[in-house]
Design a protein around this ligand. Sequence first.
Ligand code: NZQ
Ligand code: ZN
Length: 385
Amino acid sequence: MLNFTFHNPTRIVFGQGTMAALDQHVPLDARVLVLYGGQSAERNGTLGEVRTALGQRTCFEFGGIEPNPTFETLMEAVMLVRAERIDFLLAVGGGSVIDGSKFVAAAAQFEGDPWQILSSVGSAVQRALPLGVVLTLSATGSEMNAAAVVTRRATQTKAFFHSPWVFPQFSILDPTKTYTLPARQLANGVVDAFTHVMEQYLTYPVDARVQDRFAEGLLQTLIEIGPKVVHEPADYDSRANLMWAAAMALNGLIASGVPQDWATHLVGHELTALHGLDHAQTLAVLLPSMLDLRREAKRGKLLQYAERVWHLTEGSEEDRIEQAILKTRAFFERLGIGTRLSDYGIGEQDIDALVAALQAHGMVGLGEQGDVTLALSRQVYLASL
Ligand code: NZQ
Ligand code: ZN
């Protein structure tokens, strides 16, 4: 096992009917800004419940944070925070709203150009406003981690930062708040959580048995509940299991003491920035090809994955690896997500621009071994057509 520090200060309040806990966790004298996305939280009553739970506190609201939140929109929220001397942020939404709120929390207290928060990958952050979360979409794990992804619309740059200052102080995880999600977002959530586990698990063995078995448990859970979550009417237990699996997939626990990959995520960012694919769609397209083209470097873990997650024990090593990758793709497709670039209207003529964007963003030596070069990323895009 590699050396590590594990620290996660986010308090989780989990379960049906837990919104009232806001009253305990938001200071009574706070000047609160409630941040949200489009209209979903208003329409399904979640915002109404939040307003009730906040009671007499001085509250302001900022709506319109878009999926893949933009720097441009978030800077408007920063202006509001400064103008109204807001001292507590409450994000009500999915990954985009939470990530956007993390950026606002850091940017509102930042001296200098706030884009430096992203260009320094968070190392320039010295403080941030306190942040709480009401989660409405299980996918990113942002509700329990210190990372955020923000897009600069003007340059089509999708960049990320992380800083211990932006861990949510608390997150309210009520699975019933996800009942109104459309199938596409549910499928996205399963694929995103699944790929988060894979980015931390499917590298090379370091005899980290607890992390490996924890990761395998998360993968098996997602395989079990995924199709039910997407294709059957909402039920509490499968939504609850997805909510907890997605939070545990990216809260630092399974990352402790193991190598991490993240090439699928970073190569995928350009597909969102240039072609508007949902984050999880980029993962469903790229992960199978990434595993396929990097099968030599990932051989040990691919065999372990084949055996322990997909129960493949027959046939040659090559066969088992092949089958495991095929089953991964078939799982994503069963959820209704296209796993080919052509499913999204992207063809060979688009690859040069994607590779150029990777180069411009310095994504030239990715993965747990730093061996995902531009040439390999090009092959991955081509193999994903
Ligand atoms: O905007 P509204 O109207 O609220 O609709 C949203 C949005 O259109 C809708 N939605 C959310 N909760 C709903 C609902 N619709 C009905 N009922 C509900 N209860 O869902 C749509 C997508 O929301 P979004 O927040 O964009 O989805 P997700 O949670 O998948 O977040 C994606 C973003 O997170 C980043 C991604 O890059 C992307 O920008 N990520 C953040 C990570 C992190 N912070 O650790 C890690 C991830 O790998 C990921 O990169
Ligand atoms: Zn992700």
